[in-house]
Design a protein around this ligand. Sequence first.
Ligand code: ADP
Ligand code: MG
Length: 315
Amino acid sequence: MIRVENLTKYYGETVGVRDLNFQVETGEVLGFLGPNGAGKTTTMKMLTCYLPPSAGTAKVSGFDIIEQSMEVRKRIGYLPERNPLYTEMSVRAYLGFVARVKGIRPPAQRGQIDGVIERCGLETVHRRTIEKLSKGYQQRVGIAQAILGDPEILILDEPTLGLDPKQIIEIRQLIRNLGGEKTVVLSSHILPEVSQVCNRVIIINHGELIAVDTPDNLRSRLAKAAILRLAFRDEGDAAARASRILESIKGVLIVRQEPGGDNARIFTVECAPDRDIREEIARALVGERIPLLELYREELSLEDIFLQLVTEEVS
Ligand SMILES: Nc1ncnc2c1ncn2[C@@H]1O[C@H](COP(=O)(O)OP(=O)(O)O)[C@@H](O)[C@H]1O
Ligand SMILES: [Mg+2]
C-alpha cells in the first residue's frame, strides 16, 4: 500500500508536482495519467527514493520514503522511463547482476531468475545480448528486472512507450497478470491504456491532481448529458411518429435523425443526465408499434473526459 501526503517537488522555480494526495491499495493497478510534463515521472522518482521531495511525504508499506528509504527500496520494483538496461550483457547475465544488486542470496538466484524469465516470456531469448532484442523484448527484460526479488510494489514509468501495437498488447497483458498479486502503479499518456489495464486512474496536469476514480466512475461522473442511439426500420410514417413520441417523453432534450442505410433510421437522443429513461423510451416506441432495431447508450470515451478535465483546469 502507498499513501502519498502533500507530496511536492520544485526544480528551482519550476513546479514538478504540487500537493499530491492519494492512496494505492494492495493489489490495485493504479494508472497515472497526464500529458507530457504533467509530473508523472517526478512522482515516481520520489516514490522510488530517487529524488527527495521538496515538501510532503509518502509511505510505502508503512515506511517513510525519506526516513526509511532502504526499507522502501527493498519493497519496490522500478521500471524507469526509457528502460535503462546494460545492453551489451545477455538477458540472463543482466538479470544475474540485478539479483546480486538486490541482495538475493546466491542459492536462490538461479531459481528466481528462471522464474522471472518464464513470467515475462523470455525463455527463447535469455541467452541473447540485450541490444539485439526487439524493443518489446527489451521492455520485458525491464519488467523482469523490476519483479526480480518479488517486491510487493511495482512502479512502471510509461511501460509501453515506443512499442508497436502487438508488443503493447503483450506488455499490457503481462501487467494485468501482475495486478491482484502486486500493487502496480503505471504511468501513461495514452488514455485507452489506463482504462484497459487499471482499476483506478489518477489524472494529473501541470503537477496537480485533478481527478482520482475508476475509469467507469470517471466516465459517468463527467457525462454531462447521456446520449442514446436508436435504430429502427424505416417504413411508412415510422420516423415522424417516432420523433413525436420521443419528443413527448420527459427528460428528452434533443432528437436528431439521420438515415442509417439498409432501410434503417438512426436517431440520436440527448437526455437529461439525472434519470435513466431507456426503458421508458423502449416501452413507448414498441407500444406504438415502431419497429425498433436497436437502443443503446453511447459511452463517453476516456479521451472526452480527459479533455474536459484538462480544459476545465486550464480555463
Ligand atoms: N531534472 C529536472 N530539472 C528541471 N525540471 C524538470 C526536471 N525533471 C522534470 N522537470 C519538469 O517538471 C515537470 C514535470 O516533469 P515530469 O515529471 O518529467 O513529467 P511527465 O513524466 O508527466 O512527462 C515538467 O515541467 C518538467 O519540465
Ligand atoms: Mg515522464
